[in-house]
Design a protein around this ligand. Structure first.
Ligand SMILES: O=C(O)CCC(=O)C(=O)O
Ligand SMILES: [Fe+2]
Length: 340
């Protein structure tokens, strides 16, 4: 043993855990302070993602929801199909099977469902607790980032109108959790989410792979990170999607990521990312959000309806100047089938 190692072994001092992480780790209390918000923004800009220690009720609520969902996914296909609601004003939600092409299936659990949606038995209460906890954390993270960006608080709040279930669905925020079941171990494909922010507890197995931003070209594993390898059960990974990226005029990049689920049909990987989205009818206006921005490229960004961003009309999500920098970070991105 070398002397330095012996000294280390005797010392009672241990480096703080966050020093071991290549990723920024924040608490909910950090988000209440300007320096915490600035640290989250810096991490989203530098790495593309950050870790957030969630409030104590979150982890048990998510585990309970995943346990009920696991039972649901084990049901016969015809029974599961009864709990899907096709695209409509509230968008597709409930059960969706992509087993034939993507090898996965999921339950999209929204805050507001349209009348066609029938909850799977036992799921509603477990899902509501988990979704509410994830929504709370995601909103706090968004408020903190928006404040650090100097965005108008009232503008951002108005994008997220989560009024009760009786509202018109087009006018309601369609934030949602997706419980994914990667039944056949097929990779999801690289993509950026269409969200303002995505927050996700770790899945039941490691599978999420993210392109680190300063890696830029993501062709080698060294430039990617599997955040779930670093995460504790009470932590969330937080990253931006294209809606926040647009609203910030590219100051916050949307994280490029994919899922490489383990191939194990008996114990498929389950995950529960939460997508914080604006109302579908809302219009994203970078200048209105941040009137102090003088960059002419940002000032010339036209207002963009959330539903157009989500439908990726005329490939709008690849047209923005910060995606044209030639560095390849956004290369090879695919859109989810329901976003085409
Ligand atoms: O399953 C996961 O961990 C993430 C899924 C994902 O990236 C998505 O639904 O957009
Ligand atoms: Fe995603």
């Amino acid at each position: 043993m070398k002397p330095a190692e012996r000294a280390w072994g005797r010392s009672r001092w241990r480096p703080p855990r966050r020093a071991l992480l290549p990723l920024q780790l924040l608490t909910m209390a950090d988000l209440e302070t300007p320096s915490g918000g600035a640290a989250l923004l810096r991490a989203l800009q530098r790495d593309g993602l950050a870790l957030l220690r969630a409030p104590p009720p979150l982890a048990p609520a998510v585990s309970r929801c995943l346990a009920v969902c696991r039972d649901f996914f084990a049901l016969p296909a015809a029974e599961k199909a009864r709990h899907g609601a096709g695209p409509g004003s509230g968008q597709q939600h409930g059960y969706m099977s992509m087993l034939d092409d993507g090898g996965s299936e999921c339950l999209e659990l929204k805050l507001c469902h349209d009348a066609a949606f029938e909850w799977p038995p036992r799921l509603q209460r477990a899902a509501a607790a988990a979704v509410r906890a994830l929504l709370g954390a995601a909103r706090r993270a968004l408020e903190a980032v928006a404040a650090a960006l100097g965005m108008r608080r009232a503008y951002v709040a108005a994008l997220l109108d989560d009024a009760g279930a009786s509202v018109r669905l087009e006018e309601a925020s369609h934030s949602a959790a997706r419980v994914w079941c990667y039944t056949r171990g097929v990779r999801s494909g690289w993509h950026a989410d269409n969200t303002l922010l995505t927050v996700a507890p770790r899945g039941t197995a490691v599978g999420l792979r993210c392109r680190l931003l300063d890696g830029r070209r993501a062709s080698t594993p060294r430039e990617c990170v599997y955040p779930e390898k670093l995460m504790e059960p009470d932590q969330l990974v937080v990253f931006a999607g294209d809606a926040l990226s647009y609203l910030s005029g590219g100051r916050v990049p949307a994280l490029v990521h994919e899922v490489i689920p383990p191939v194990c049909n008996d114990h498929p990987r389950l995950s529960m990312p939460f997508f914080l989205r604006a109302r579908r009818a809302a219009v994203l206006e970078p200048q209105a959000a941040s009137p102090h921005i003088t960059d002419p490229r940002v000032r010339s960004l036209p207002p963009l309806r959330v539903s157009d961003l989500e439908a990726n009309v005329r490939n709008v999500r690849m047209s923005w100047f910060w995606k044209q920098d030639g560095m390849g970070y956004y290369d090879c991105c695919e859109w989810h089938p329901d976003e085409k």
